[in-house]
Design a protein. Structure first.
Length: 212
């Protein structure tokens, strides 16, 4: 391989169906970051695709304890124990005890859609706010504070944008067509799909295939 070839950048579009209140999506993001770090010649263009884990969640959300009891019953502790262990391996110290409410994530999703291909810092901030700090992502003031901290107040109008609402509806319709029943779900280069928060070494072959 020539020196010039080594420094050539290969563009790769990666669509990510995810929800910011999904712990496996946070883990999946970190694992994708690690996989891409192993392929420095790849210049990714990340496209966020909205997915709602709880499409019928009330606008005000619900108490976390009630949500866990309804969804997992007595197995919640075991389920989240496994998630916490996987998170540690990806450098995430989940603080599930800090979460008091499971929010309706539609407003947060609208912000990510409005960010276009510049979602890296915003998605990380939203994941951290929820899973580390226990902040309610259904509270528009909290979302506004996150945008201010990131100097992205230009996205605030997206929380009530009909254009972004339609985009989110289109993403959800696409997810239904794909029969997605869980996230994260990655599509590399429009050709290769990977379902789940797989380890970096399992994502690298999809990156390689999509850029071959």
């Amino acid at each position: 391989m020539t020196s010039q070839a080594k420094h050539e950048q290969t563009k790769l579009t990666i669509e990510i169906f995810a929800d910011v209140i999904c712990p496996w999506c946070y883990i999946g993001k970190r694992r994708l970051d690690a996989a891409l770090a192993a392929r420095p010649h790849v210049r990714p263009q990340i496209i966020w695709r909205a997915f709602l884990l709880n499409p019928t969640m009330p606008k005000e959300g619900m108490r976390r304890s009630a949500y866990l009891a309804a969804k997992f019953g007595h197995s919640a502790a075991a389920v989240y124990g496994r998630v916490a262990a996987a998170g540690m391996d990806s450098g995430i110290n989940f603080n599930f005890d800090a979460i008091e409410r499971t929010p309706n994530s539609r407003a947060a999703q609208r912000l990510l859609l409005a960010a276009g291909t510049d979602t890296a810092s915003l998605s990380e901030a939203l994941y951290r706010a929820y899973f580390i700090d226990g902040r309610d992502l259904g509270d528009e003031q909290i979302l506004a504070d996150i945008l201010t901290a990131l100097d992205r107040t230009d996205l605030a109008a997206a929380m009530s944008s009909e254009t972004i609402n339609r985009q989110m509806d289109n993403d959800i319709a696409t997810a239904n067509q794909l029969k997605l029943d869980g996230v994260p779900y990655f599509i590399f280069g429009g050709k290769f799909a990977v379902a789940g928060a797989h380890l970096p070494e399992h994502l690298i072959p999809a990156i390689d295939a999509a850029t071959a």
